[in-house]
Design a protein around this ligand. Structure first.
Ligand code: NAP
Length: 432
């Protein structure tokens, strides 16, 4: 029996420890010799041309690392960026990292920043985790010896997004993570439900709730772009759970309906605003929010970038905040600074989440207070199709990927909690 087969069969930890780690493993990866695939201004940089699934070499494990057998993973937007080689090829990150850790600088880049699985090996310095533990991963890869990590891990000078700025990511049968990326798998969730949450849920948590984010309080009106997308699906839940008032923006009646079913009281279809780059459209959006809610947003949840940022700065209320973690539509933003300074607004940059924030949001998920937003599941062999769906914005919530898990629906350890939470809530995005 192979190590992978033993994991799938639910073998005991001592058996997992006895079985050999394979010399190669199956992974979704990019190839360095394909970096020039797309012309600079090619209109459709189709990620299916560059994202391959095949065998890659198994790396050595460092002392503070853990090897996990991945049962399931999920697509994040960073995999789309990587596979387009935009804004720069991620092999540049690996080369730089390779100066201090040569293992990462390879002709292949294994992608993926989310995973759920079983620990199969631990480095010598790992104390809190054991072979056989069922885990999910957080994406922040930081050096625990950097003093600032004790203040806020996201301020670490060598912070890297795992599976984007590092090799050996989660879209694979095995993955290498630092022990400080591990969290216990929520026991009421299946492997694919457990694997889809952490990157987006923790990023949304830091943006909205975290001490360095917008610090939402009860009654705050929060405008969320992409409210049924990867980040937005968790953002809306966090606003509702924290007593805020979400105003969700989406781009179709179907997504609007899903948002209402999530309990979002105010929904705006952005299709009615033809050019959000114009101040006229900002004013119409602001008027629409006032018409719906009666006041301006205290917080605007931004990740959409160039096409929406001017509007976001405009519609935030006097003294309000725009919190941003990304720029899907372009990262050079224009906004009218008068609207910012005259009304004492703030722009807050946010990135990922530190280990403690990941624990906080994993706790909410484990208690059944925040739910997965999984909408579709692909096999690992279909990882490129899965990423393509996200690239084309054809998805809602999260797109899952099965790695070693032979089927969907496996891995639930607490059926009682699952029943109390209810299939309807857990599968809300799947019914879309
Ligand atoms: P996603 O699942 O693709 O969702 C994004 C949503 O944004 C879509 O559902 C879409 O909703 C909306 N959208 C797309 N283009 C838009 C536009 N031009 N104007 C207005 N809305 C638009 O992606 P995600 O996982 O939420 O990630 C979103 C962005 O945040 C990405 O750029 C990603 O790289 C970044 N991100 C950063 C971090 C970090 O830590 N820094 C973490 C996670 C994600 P509608 O079409 O329904 O409006």
């Amino acid at each position: 029996m192979t190590l992978a087969q033993a994991v799938v069969a639910g073998a005991e930890p001592d058996e997992l420890a006895r079985l050999d780690v394979p010399a190669t493993y199956r992974a979704a990866h990019l190839r360095k010799d394909e970096v020039g695939t797309f012309d600079q201004d090619e209109p459709d940089k189709d990620v299916r041309r560059t994202l391959h699934v095949g065998e890659v070499p198994m790396p050595e494990l460092a002392e503070d690392e853990v090897l996990i057998a991945v049962l399931a993973s999920a697509i994040n937007f960073n995999t789309v960026w990587s596979a387009m080689f935009e804004p720069i090829p991620t092999f540049a990150f690996l080369e730089r990292f390779g100066r201090t850790d040569p293992r990462h600088d390879l002709p292949t880049h294994v992608l993926g920043s989310d995973a759920a699985g079983v620990v199969v090996r631990t480095g010598r310095a790992v104390r809190r985790w054991r072979i056989g533990d069922r885990v999910v991963t957080s994406p922040a890869y930081v050096d625990g010896e950097d003093p600032v990590v004790q203040h806020d891990g996201m301020l670490a000078a060598d912070l890297r997004a795992w599976g984007f700025e590092t090799n050996f990511g989660g879209l694979a049968d095995f993955a290498v993570v630092k022990a400080t990326q591990l969290l216990p798998k929520p026991r009421h969730l299946t492997w694919e439900e457990a694997a889809c949450n952490m990157l987006c849920a923790s990023t949304a948590y830091r943006m909205l709730v975290g001490e360095r984010g917008a610090r939402m309080k009860q009654g705050d009106v929060v405008l969320l772009w992409g409210a049924t997308g990867g980040l937005g699906g968790y953002g809306v839940q966090l606003v509702l759970g924290g007593g805020g008032i979400p105003v969700g923006v989406v781009s179709s009646p179907e997504k609007a309906e899903l948002l209402r079913r999530m309990g979002c009281p105010y929904v705006i279809d952005r299709a009615q605003f033809d050019d959000l780059g114009e101040e006229k459209a900002w004013r119409r959006l602001g008027a629409e929010v006032r018409r719906l809610v009666g006041e301006d947003p205290a917080i605007v949840f931004e990740h959409t970038g160039r096409e929406t940022f001017g509007a976001s700065v405009y519609v935030a209320r006097r003294g309000g905040a725009v919190v941003t973690c990304g720029s899907s539509s372009g990262y050079t933003h224009e906004y009218d600074n008068r609207h910012l300074w005259m009304k004492l607004k703030r722009i807050i940059g946010s990135h990922g989440a530190n280990y403690q924030e990941c624990h906080e949001v994993n706790r909410l998920i484990s208690l059944g207070l925040i739910h997965p937003t999984l909408s579709t599941v692909y096999p690992l062999t279909g990882a490129a199709e899965a990423a393509r769906a996200v690239q084309l914005n054809q998805h809602v919530g999260k797109v899952g990927v099965l790695a070693l898990a032979p089927a969907e629906g496996l891995g639930v350890e607490d059926p009682g909690l699952r029943e109390r939470v209810g299939e309807e809530r857990l599968r809300l995005f799947r019914s879309h």
